[in-house]
Design a protein around this ligand. Structure first.
Ligand SMILES: [Zn+2]
Ligand SMILES: [Zn+2]
Length: 141
């Protein structure tokens, strides 16, 4: 009993110090966030990807006529989900990435890629299925 007590005595102050420090910094961060939010919550923002897009000369091959634009305008709290889910300027990977297609493009243009590279994607899947079949046969022996 006395040994346990002794251990506690030596450990506890150390614990208190580190806890105290982290609590303080958390509170501090929380406070900073809140006061910042008060100011920016009502500000209307446009899509930062659109801004980036406008400020750089498009050097995409040939298809320049098809301009991708994002007309998002809204509160800053909606921006995150816009960029994650609905922004047409967002770069997305091809659906067949896991089968070997490394193509990525603006979300709006992906449909075109999926349609025009149908045969290529089909071949990728055939190759994938072949190797899958071989793997399964390996395990069946
Ligand atoms: Zn956008
Ligand atoms: Zn693809």
């Amino acid at each position: 009993m006395s040994k346990v007590e002794e251990k506690k005595m030596t450990k506890e102050p150390e614990l208190e110090v580190s806890l105290g420090r982290s609590c303080f910094s958390k509170e501090c961060l929380y406070f900073q966030n809140r006061s910042a939010q008060l100011h920016i919550e009502d500000v209307q923002v446009t899509c930062p990807l659109q801004f980036e897009h406008d400020s750089q000369i498009s050097n995409e091959e040939g298809e320049g006529s098809e301009k991708v634009t994002c007309d998002f305008k809204g509160q800053i709290k909606d921006l995150d989900s816009h960029l994650k889910n609905s922004c047409p300027l967002k770069f997305v990977d091809c659906w067949y990435k896991s089968f070997g297609c490394d193509y990525n493009c603006h979300k709006q243009k992906l449909q075109k890629h999926l349609i025009s590279k149908l045969k290529f994607h089909f071949d990728l899947i055939v190759t994938f299925l072949d190797s899958l079949k071989q793997t399964i046969q390996l395990y069946q022996v």
